[in-house]
Design a protein around this ligand. Sequence first.
Ligand SMILES: Cc1cc2nc3c(=O)[nH]c(=O)nc-3n(C[C@H](O)[C@H](O)[C@H](O)COP(=O)(O)OP(=O)(O)OC[C@H]3O[C@@H](n4cnc5c(N)ncnc54)[C@H](O)[C@@H]3O)c2cc1C
Length: 1007
Amino acid sequence: MSLPRGHAIERGEIPPFAATYAPPDEAIAARLLAEAPRAADAERRIDARAARLVEAIRARAGGLGGVEDFLREYSLSTKEGLALMVLAEALLRVPDAATADRLVEDKLAAADWSHHDVQSTAFLVSASAWALGVGARIIHPGETPEHILTSLAKRLGLPALRAATRQAMRLLGSHFVLGETIEQALARAAAHGEFRYSFDMLGEAARTAADAERYFGAYATAIDAIGAHAADRRSADRPGISVKLSALHPRFEPISRSRVLAELGPKLLALARRAKARDLQFTIDAEEADRLELSLELIGLVLADPSLAGWSGFGLAVQAYQKRAPAVIDWVIAAAQALDRRLTVRLVKGAYWDSEIKRAQERGLADYPVFTRKAMTDLCYMDCMRRLIAARPQVFPQFATHNALTVASVIEEAGGVEGYEFQRLHGMGEALYETLLAEETGAACRVYAPVGSHRDLLAYLVRRLLENGANSSFVSVAADPRVPIESILQRPRSRIADAKAARHPHIPLPADLYAPVCRNSPGIELGDRAAVRALLAEITAQAPKDPTAQPLVDGVALEGRSRAVTSPIDGAAIGIVVEGDEAIAIAAMAAAAAGFPAWAATPRESRAAVLEQAADALEARRARLIALLQREAGKTLEDAIAEVREAADFCRYYACELRRALKPRPMPGPTGESNELTYRGRGAFVCISPWNFPLAIFLGQVSAALAAGNSVIAKPAEQTPLVAAEAVRLLHAAGVPPSALHLVPGNGRVGALLVEDPRTAGVAFTGSTETAANINRALAAKSGPLVPLISAGQRCSALRLLCVQEDVADAVLEMIEGAVFELEVGDPRELSTHIGPVIDAEAKTGLEQWVARMHGQGRVRFRWDRLPLPTAGTYVAPTIVELDRASDLREEVFGPVLHVVRWRADELDSLLEDIAASGYGLTLGIHSRIELTVARIIARLAVGNVYVNRNMIGAVVGTQPFGGSGLSGTGPKAGGPNYLPRFALEQTVAVNTAAIGGNASLLAEPE
Ligand SMILES: Cc1cc2nc3c(=O)[nH]c(=O)nc-3n(C[C@H](O)[C@H](O)[C@H](O)COP(=O)(O)OP(=O)(O)OC[C@H]3O[C@@H](n4cnc5c(N)ncnc54)[C@H](O)[C@@H]3O)c2cc1C
């Protein structure tokens, strides 16, 4: 079958899902706490059952299937075995033997691991996970896996240790993975007839169409194999399959909604039909919160397909840690009623809690979509459970938990064990459920059984290790005999007690992340459709009609030569700019010089308050600014939102820095004298900014110069004067006196005139290396006082040159090409667009010429050609160019062109030499799990911003101060603690307080 785009499938009566994305915890807690408490005898029964189950778990704690044989084989103590597994986990993805050896040696060499910084966290987390979750009595406090490994290396020698590590890796895999193939898994499952099974194909989200196709094939084959195997099982016991939507589509994301519905819909339906034909359970796993609305829409479409009528095996997982969980349950019940068909619901607590919290903080959301206290998740689980129990048999509930208290509560609330099943993960909860099944005939438990090669194990394994080790996790405390059973049995209701206590006291709201110093700027979640719809409506309504940019001198708009500003999106004229000339530049400089004393004399606190006002105004006018950023600079919605946030962050950060870093400082000295270091403005500052961040960099420079007490003449990029004019008007409205801030749109000649003016007291510049050098020469040629140049060099941290180790290069490049192919290139105002136009025709031509040259040399590996590019507008097809050496890239290629060089494991040093020889040093990304390699690269390259094992864009003001070295800038870094003082003059005032004739304060000292 094929689904046309959008809603072509007959929807039945399934209502659309709508629920507030992140409602306040207190309101939810108040509702949940208001429910009638259970009767005392019910509570006693829960206590008794849960205590029995915990005791059974404790009697078995520390047992890891197969581990004993492994230990015997290598004559290892249990402790050494556990430490090896920690190492094994890190080895899972290493491409070649030499690197694997280096990783082993690296881990062994890091003897002072516990004092190490962030990079070791992952290792330590897994270590503590094993220590806490599995080996609580084996590894003693103070012992670390690396200490144990170091002595082990001495005892066994490295070769044996390596062999043992590989063996540990296999063991680790088999503990959490049922089989490397579906056949193996089925055979292993058959040996455990007391459990039902739901098989899951291991793997991470698909990045390419080929990945998605491979996963689709794996699911389809597995369904056939499971079906063949299950031929004679009675209905309730029949096995099932769990499906991850993100594995089936390379862009399973809210902004690609129509593609997802049109392309993934038919695939999901095909798998569901296959499962129906074999009468299997078919469950959609729950993934991240931002994908929930899209998942439910897709599921609704597929469910409503008439070919699935009469089948009661379709189900989905619902995460109780999400505040919307009860609404999702209600939606499923409504869907089941509408279709008159039984659906299954696997109620889980959720597997991505830590990343949900981080994502909400990074995005500056108004609130979290998940709870911040574990007890709230448990309370919500109970609420969802009651809804599901009440909806039987329309819904078949599946309670997925390893928590004995949760299990006992479910049985009590359900009044027995009929009409639902429990579920556990393979490798977890064995003792709990074996005990339960033995004591409750009729109870059923299904095992979620991952199937796949150990290569694909990593992401899944990390989740499990975290779960085993987290303090808040039941499996961790249940296995630890030091934790009294009474504390494990404490009810979530009494842990919360009061709705006011619904939030975790140490997890601030995203807005308060930097409190009390600064407020985090608000962002938006693109998976929150209501919020996106509201923002898009605001953007349409508030888009400026006929925006203009004119020289503004002392607040007066000056006339001059005007021209139309055109949009890179389609070449349309979107506004008018009047550009400055020599006379205007001179007038602006005179006005700035005249306006300087009054602004410099404005109290620091008033200047800070004005900048904070400006930040608020930026946020209030966000939609208007986004509209301009999109039209004038061709930004996607996501980039435009981020840019407004960054601009507001700059204003707030420099206001805070003004209070902190530019505060007068008393200096130590002899008695009878006061010494103070103070800061004051330098004079008229010229701020010259680029087009790639026409609001954020523009305002970053201007707000810093103003904060330090300078008057400012701002000269924006020729391509983006409209955004700049809007920003200047906004600053004036926020309280910056017109005499302190002047705008001169214009070309490089106008910039040069301003720089060369004898009254210029300083220049802040971000832009090309060539222009920075010109400014530098112009300043040096001037007579009179020397003035500072603060240059951030080019300001683009997007990946331009990828250096990839030869052993993995083909696989990595294939993955990147496949992923790039899936991107949408086009009008950035379309929500689904990933890549918009380059800034103007000149940039486009330059890039096209470069690509043509590379093509001529046979170096172009990939060109995006999925659809024809729009003919109007300045679009460039994403391209991958392969070079022989890093030093072959001498030019600034500023567009969607990725250059790749391969390097051999033994030539890292010469690669680093090549990179260093380029002279640029803005942003560097490193991906490695070997800390010594990371340290070596960082030590060799004096690059401004280094990102390890993460993306390398999106520097956050005050968190990742930004700016390069060498050809990439002078420093100090923008958005960092050393920036403002560079804009200020220092003054030391020493006052002889004894000048009146004596030292009164010394004489007044008591004896
Ligand atoms: C069969 C099965 C299938 C599963 N499928 C999925 C799935 O498709 N998608 C998915 O996301 N998860 C899934 N999980 C859930 C997940 O992987 C965990 O196993 C589960 O959440 C653990 O719950 P518990 O009751 O065993 O443990 P408990 O220890 O009682 O609870 C742990 C839960 O509390 C949450 N938590 C911890 N600290 C806090 C806090 N401060 N604030 C709020 N919450 C907190 C954790 O995130 C976790 O969800 C599945 C679990 C099972 C057993």
